[in-house]
Structures are given as C-alpha cells and as structure tokens.
Design a protein around this ligand. Structure first.
Ligand code: MLT
Ligand code: MN
Ligand code: ZN
Length: 309
C-alpha cells in the first residue's frame, strides 16, 4: 500500500494566516527550519496510477501541484484522482471538493449523514452529477473503491464511528451534551491491501479511545492519528481561542488521558501523528515536545511524507 501525506496540519494550516503564536512565529520567521504544512489530507494508491484522497482540504490545489503522482498525465482532461473519502464535514476536510469541479469522473464516498450535509449545501452542486458519483457508505461495512473505468482498486476501505462531534459550522443546540458521541458525523477509516492484507488506520479526529477503537487498532501496520493538540488547554492558555481540545472533539497527545498514554499498550507497528494544529509545539523540530513524542515511538507527519506498507 502506498500512502502520501498531502497535508499534515489541522484546519487553518501551519502557519495559520492570522496567527503569530510561538509555534507559528517560528515558521513565519524561518520556514526552512520550521516548514509550513498544508491542511489535513492524504492520498492512498488504489493501483499503480490511481489515488484515493482521504479528505479534500482547502489547500488541495497546492497539494496536487506539490505531488507529481496526482498530476494529469494524458491530453486533454485527465486526473489520477479516482475518488475522495470523507471522515467528517469540517471545512478542512470538505472545502477542497470545490477544487475538483471541472467535469471529471470520480466518486465521493461518505456516510449518509455527511452526504446529506453536502446535498443540503448548494455550493457542492458545482460537482457535475453527470461525472461525480456520490456514494453513501454504511458504517462497519467494507467497500472497494473503483477506478474511473469501473474496475476495482487494490484496497478495501471500512468506515467506523469514533468519539467525536458534528462539524464546527453545523453546530447548533446543546453541543456539550453530544460531545464524544459515536455517530456518522466523525469516522475513522480502515484500509486493507487486498494482496498483502496490510492495514492502515486513519483517524484524524478523535475525542477518546473507546474499547471498539482499541480492538480495531490492535496489530495494524500503520496508524495515522489525531495530533491536533499537545495539551487540552493550549489554545486557551496561548490566548488563541476559548475552546479546549475536548470541546473541539480532539483528544490531546500529552498527559495521563492523552493519546500517547491511551494507545501505548496497543500493538501497532508504526504510529504517526497528523492533523496537527498550528499551536502544537511538536511542529517545532527541535522542541522538547517533539522529542517526547518520538521517544514514545511516534513520528510527526509532514507534507510530502511517503509511506510504503
Ligand atoms: C477541527 O478539526 O476541529 C475542525 O477542522 C475545526 C474547524 O473547522 O476549523
Ligand atoms: Mn480539522
Ligand atoms: Zn499559531
């Protein structure tokens, strides 16, 4: 299985356009030492020339330019992008669909709930329905993404609910009461190589590690996990916002209840943090926090990172 990290940062990217927190400042001042990262997305190869995007970030156009395997190869209209699978309805994961609007055949895979969110918003009507198929995917039910000619790709995908919340821009009513619910609003993705059986788990947003998630992660070959925050209060403490990680549906890395601790006893061959918020000091290559995650066996993703399973 071939995987490319298209964007390692969380919503807003890194550095964020209006932010000069300690972490963003380091990147604004010295982008060579502290490389900018685009917003949350990755690509998984379906065969030797087609890719499935996992989420479509607002930076997708730049990500395509930066990743030659995603360039068109044949005159006149062509794209190696055979599909997009969505893990939630957040801006950083769906806005990039608007880049994929010229008539080109591909499939958008999402839960019924997220397909409804797209259907309810007329701006996504720019995806020409004569070319772009929208497939509703049931939870816990493996499916095989297809190539534009209808053949099956080499990868099986399964969506599963993880503790999370509704997209920020769709919040209404008593959100607190529904924080951490396992619904079709937030899913993780399990990819299985149909030949080798190797498994990738991609969970870019997760509020807690549930028993069912632990079981699913056990013995996987690669985990790409929610690396939004280092600590739950960092946005509040840094005067960057009023919300904790928990309120945003993200568990943090550090601490007794953090993801490093929660996942430490699960056998996972390779663990990588992605969807990293600009406030998170692990983005600084020489930080104490970066050393701590690496000492715990984690890697911090970066744009353009390639992984072969
Ligand atoms: C998140 O991951 O919490 C969202 O992307 C937040 C947002 O929409 O800005
Ligand atoms: Mn996000
Ligand atoms: Zn910042």
């Amino acid at each position: 299985m071939n995987i490319r990290i298209l964007g390692a940062a969380a919503g807003g990217g890194f550095p964020q356009w209006n932010c000069r927190c300690a972490v963003c400042r380091a990147s604004w001042d010295d982008p060579r030492a502290v490389p900018p990262q685009t917003q949350s997305s990755l690509a998984v190869a379906l065969d030797d020339s087609h890719w499935l995007l996992c989420n479509a970030s607002p930076d997708l156009r730049q990500q395509i330019i930066d990743n030659p395997p995603l360039h068109p190869r044949r005159a006149r209209r062509d794209s190696p992008i055979a599909g997009v699978v969505l893990t939630n309805g957040d801006v950083d994961h769906v806005a990039g669909l608007l880049n994929l609007r010229e008539s080109q055949p591909y499939t958008v895979y999402a839960t019924g709930r997220i397909q409804q969110v797209l259907a309810d918003n007329p701006i996504f009507g720019v995806l020409n329905p004569d070319y772009v198929a929208r497939r509703e995917i049931a939870l816990d039910t493996p499916f095989v993404p297809t190539l534009p000619d209808g053949r099956e790709g080499n990868i099986t995908v399964e969506m599963f609910a993880v503790p999370g919340k509704v997209a920020l821009w769709l919040e209404e009513g008593d959100i607190e009461a529904r924080l951490g619910a396992e619904t079709e609003d937030t899913v993780g993705l399990e990819f299985t190589d149909r030949e080798s059986g190797r498994r990738l788990l991609y969970v870019p947003g997760c509020a807690a590690v549930s028993e069912s998630l632990r079981r699913r992660l056990a013995d996987c070959d690669l985990l790409l996990f929610d690396g939004t925050l280092w600590q739950d209060h960092e946005m509040v403490d840094g005067k960057l916002g009023i919300k904790t990680g928990q309120r945003m549906g993200h568990m943090s890395m550090a601490g007794a209840h953090g993801s490093m601790a929660a996942l430490s006893d699960i056998p996972i061959a390779r663990r990588v943090y992605t969807h990293i918020n600009n406030s998170n000091p692990v983005l600084l290559p020489d930080s104490e926090e970066r050393r701590a995650v690496e000492a715990a066996g984690w890697t911090v993703a970066h744009d353009g990172m390639e992984i072969r399973l």
